[in-house]
Design a protein. Structure first.
Length: 234
């Protein structure tokens, strides 16, 4: 019994010492004075990327934006895309915001924000990818204690043959190996449309032991954000 406890403790320490295959950390802030249940119309702005961060070029960015808009469908309210908002607001104020967005997308976005009341919007949401990359390191040779199933045969006093299975802890040595880590960091925000005041913000940082798994990770980040925001609005 004592030996089993020692082996169990060694196994636990070994597992804790090994790198974790998945890491996720969400940091939230909420304006507790804002009544989210009054939100009926939300503008979903296109997801953006910090300059210098490569998400896979134009195609990668479009995929991210499509996923962000798709997940916004979880919100229990009317949704307006950024393109729809530009077209409608531009028509109301006599500006070609579609053309402006081609040369200065941020200016076109600011004009939409300043005139969100024209759409009857109560809030808008934003997402920005702060980090998106791969890291690689070599994990050195290591020895861990693992459980192995063994069977022994014995005969009782009447000469009958029996088999008994049991677990034993054995040391197993693994050779060095290459480890790939995918990393994503996204800042997501919701603003009150009338005042432009921040009402909900999240920084979501995730690492995964995999290569180029960022697209799926972003999807889980986006999905989680809209699920939690939807709970506030309901």
């Amino acid at each position: 019994m004592i030996i089993k406890k020692i082996f169990g403790a060694l196994l636990l320490l070994t597992v804790l010492a090994l790198p974790q295959s998945v890491f996720a950390e969400k940091t939230d802030w909420t304006d507790r004075n804002f009544y989210f249940r009054n939100v009926r119309t939300v503008i979903v702005f296109d997801a953006t990327v910090t300059p210098g961060v490569d998400v896979g070029g134009t195609i990668g960015l479009l995929n991210i934006q499509d996923r962000f808009r798709q997940d916004a469908g979880k919100l229990p309210c009317r949704l307006v895309s950024e393109a729809q908002a530009r077209q409608y607001v531009g028509g109301q104020i006599g500006m070609n915001l579609e053309a402006l967005a081609m040369s200065n997308p941020m200016q076109a976005r600011q004009i939409v924000m300043q005139n969100a009341y024209i759409l009857g919007a109560d809030a808008w949401v934003l997402a920005n990818v702060d980090a998106w990359g791969n890291q690689t390191y070599i994990e050195p040779e290591r020895t861990v204690w693992e459980s192995r199933r063994e069977t022994r045969t014995y005969y009782d006093r009447w000469g009958q043959r029996h088999e008994e299975s049991y677990n034993v802890q054995v040391p197993v040595t693994y050779p060095p190996r290459r480890v790939d880590i995918s990393t994503v960091q996204v800042t997501l925000q919701a603003y009150e449309a009338r005042t432009g005041k921040l009402i909900f913000a999240r920084k979501d940082v995730r690492d995964r032991e995999d290569y180029s798994a960022q697209t799926g990770m972003f999807g889980r980040i986006s999905n989680s954000f809209f699920e939690d925001l939807a709970k506030k609005i309901r």
